[in-house]
Write a protein that binds this ligand. Structure first.
Ligand code: KMH
Ligand code: ZN
Length: 289
């Protein structure tokens, strides 16, 4: 593995650092409405480098086509994985959620791009006026494929029912590739669990005891969820997939400023950001293939 700047970032503290994931693009925001959104491969790699320097260890990736529309094109995904590996040390986590319009076959095929990790949502959820569909047979097949291909899943939980499905998945099929269960609470989606401290505590208390977790709050729930996650010993996901406002009336200028804010808060909590190599050990992500 190459060591990209900042090679000098100190190791996270002994009591456990904070894993910071950046989700820079998503599938929902149009480039026309959010000009700072990274949509080309060059923009994505530049963003990824900036975010690594600011404290991120994982990048959650959705890609766009030449018209800046979301796509799951396999050749593009494969090129994206290669470019992010070439340009950064970040753990590359491809989205298998895609856009609400993507079918199950193409969402399963994402794993053929050979990422380090992938998202794996543990249930269907209303998603604004749309439905993000994740029926049990798809969850099961996707989980089986992660094991076959040696991809480390991150379990995305939008609602308490998804936690129940996570228990079922682990009970029927055992631990994931890498042996470690890491979840991401996605909070504040219109149709999912609310983005507040009470919901976070409830969801965390229902997780398998061996699990670690991150949390992200969509839109205006970003800050309450981040602060609640840090106080409860969790990890953080931030990025323009989840919020395009830095503060009321102030659009996000770059993903890096969201990572910087998260890293500052993590430092204040005495749990500074994990480096990518520490995050690989923590998540059970083995050497690059
Ligand atoms: N774009 C959402 C419909 C994931 O990346 O795995 C689904 C999503 C979850 O973003
Ligand atoms: Zn996503």
């Amino acid at each position: 593995m190459t060591n990209h700047p900042p090679a000098g970032r100190p190791a996270a503290s002994a009591q456990g650092g904070t894993l910071i994931t950046v989700a820079p693009t998503g599938a929902e925001s149009p480039k026309s409405a959010v000009p700072a959104l990274p949509v080309t491969l060059d923009e994505l790699v530049t963003t990824a480098k900036e975010c690594q320097a600011a404290g991120a260890a994982v990048i959650h990736v959705h890609i766009r086509d030449d018209q800046a529309q979301p796509t799951l094109d396999l050749a593009r995904l494969t090129d994206t994985v290669a470019a992010l590996r070439e340009g950064t040390d970040l753990i590359v986590q491809l989205s298998t959620g895609g856009a609400v319009t993507d079918g199950f076959t193409s969402r399963l095929a994402v794993l053929d791009a050979a990422p380090d990790a992938c998202s794996l949502t543990c249930g269907t959820v209303n998603f604004g006026d749309e439905v993000f569909s994740n029926p049990w047979p798809f969850i099961r097949d996707l989980y089986a494929r992660t094991k076959e291909l040696g991809v480390v899943p991150e379990f995305e939980l939008f609602d308490l029912g998804h936690v129940a499905t996570l228990h079922r998945l682990l009970g029927e099929f055992g631990a994931p590739h890498g042996g470690h269960v890491h979840c991401d609470l996605v909070m504040g989606v219109p149709g999912g669990m609310p983005g507040n401290a009470a919901s976070l505590v409830q969801a965390v208390s229902a997780l398998p005891p061996e699990a670690t977790w991150s949390a992200t709050g969509i839109g205006r729930t970003t800050l309450p969820v981040m602060l609640a996650a840090l106080s409860a010993g969790g990890h953080l996901r931030v990025g323009m997939e989840d919020t395009v406002s830095f503060a009321r009336g102030r659009p996000v200028a770059s993903n890096a400023e969201l990572v910087e804010r998260a890293a500052t808060l993590a430092g204040l909590a005495q749990r500074p950001p994990m480096r990518p190599d520490e995050a690989r050990t923590f998540l059970g992500v083995s050497g690059r293939r």
